[in-house]
Design a protein around this ligand. Sequence first.
Ligand SMILES: [Zn+2]
Length: 294
Amino acid sequence: MTETSPRPASKTPQLSVCLTFDFDAVSLWTATFRSESPSEVSRGEFGPNVGVPRILELLKRQRVTATFFVPAVTARQFPDSVATIAADGHEIASHGDRHEWLVRREREVEAEIHQRALETLTNIAGTRPVGFRAPGWDLSPHTIGLLEELEFIYDSSQFGTDFHPYRARKGDVVGRYTWEPGETSALWEMPVSWELDDFPSFFIRPPDFVPGGSVDDVRSAWLAEFDYARRKALGGLFTLTLHPQIIGRGPRIEMLESLVTTMREYENVHFTTLAAVASRLSREPADAGSGGDI
Ligand SMILES: [Zn+2]
């Protein structure tokens, strides 16, 4: 696509942009892929060793504050890395205890997972997380209700809209041929999408070796989504989901920085964290929806 040039804009920020980083580190390999190969698992070390330092430098240069979803096990294995992210002023949000899949967990077992993750992340980051993203973006029927009880204020695992946060439901019942929506919860849902995630385009693993996307193609696709949001979803939220071990490679981190530079040229675009967006929405009347600027 052709890049659009920045146009005159109102003084009021009208599109919030949140860069979100899922800091899975080795848990992606040990928990999600159940790998037993030290070589393969070492790919997760690229996150704290290379990806996070490059990301933090980029964010500092661009004066952008971001949200990091951290499995508690990453904080236990790489405490200095997580403490540095928090010390730089970024949001630390929960991404499970061991990056475990939640879908078929008993309610009590899942409650312990969230509690353990909260305790670990609070200790290492110094502040209590208010946001959650499910590993693999897969919630269980219990997750939203449990997060509400634990006083989280937002989740970021669902796909119900593209650029507008909405109230998450709790207790959805999903069967093979049935779907019964549950009741509305107090949590804000910060929508995600595979289109705005670095994983599908760049993740490479044998034996399939699905070709990684070119950085130019990905930049172009993300910029087109951003440009649409900036023109058609004013008052909304544009998020990217990124993984330090994936986006951290040289050409990709440079592509991300170039994209951030372009986005920052618009006066009606501002960068923020998901926690800041959720807390602003939570201060509005319960029936306000997501119609206003965030
Ligand atoms: Zn993850």
